[in-house]
Design a protein around this ligand. Sequence first.
Ligand SMILES: [Zn+2]
Ligand SMILES: [Zn+2]
Length: 276
Amino acid sequence: MSYFDQHVHSYHSFDSSTPPEDNVHRALEIGLGGVTFTEHFDTHPDDWRSCTYKEEVYTAAIEDLRKRYGSQLFIGKGIEVCYQPERMDFILNYLAEHPFDLVILSIHYFRGQAVHGREHWEGITVEEGTRCYLENVLDAARFCERLHRQRGRVFDVLGHLDLAKRYTQRFFDRYNIDEHEDLIDEILQACLAADLVPEINTSTLRQNLHEPMPGQRTISRYAQLGGQAVPLGSDAHLPQSVGAGFDQAVSMLRKAGIRHTVLFRNRDRSVVPLSD
Ligand SMILES: [Zn+2]
Ligand SMILES: [Zn+2]
């Protein structure tokens, strides 16, 4: 499997204690073509205190890994930016000043609060909460669309498009994305207009869900609307999760008629054919 895992965390993120080198070892062990670290950059005032992102330390770690393993696989330096509408000026300035291979924009909030907080789901139904989450995703994609018109591509990848289902499954033992296909369509169209590619995030496959984020229906719809290639990401916080679930993700892509994944290197995007 010569795929690239382009969504991986290490102890440079607040919620992982994995040495980055362990992820590289795992990537080599399972034969990945490369691994791109995408450490959390969380600027919400509630999160900023615990955000452990340190640009210099992180960059030095990537450079060190490249020296030691760069001849064996690609090692990318990416960042996972949490969408916070009121913090975008700060975020855009930060991104303009620092080099990355890949920038993921992820939506972790709905109703002004973290979607992973059980208490934030009090008093609303799965349907209402999911819709509210997807409306935020649409808001983010439209923001990227406007940004793209003004200054070209700033964000490369839309992270875990339907993340709400991970939490409705965890908290209420069910999820329902297909009911919101009107919103999904709008999100996908905004992504295409913004030159923002949705990833296939396989972390839900390790969390009692039968499908990645997004699932088959959404990715097939993306292909119908003109989408041709997407990146794969395990969202690993532990080394054993690197590259996990990629076989299922690839068969989903094939079923949708998508024949390529994409690789981001120094913000350039190239297509990688699915292997036979
Ligand atoms: Zn995320
Ligand atoms: Zn992540």
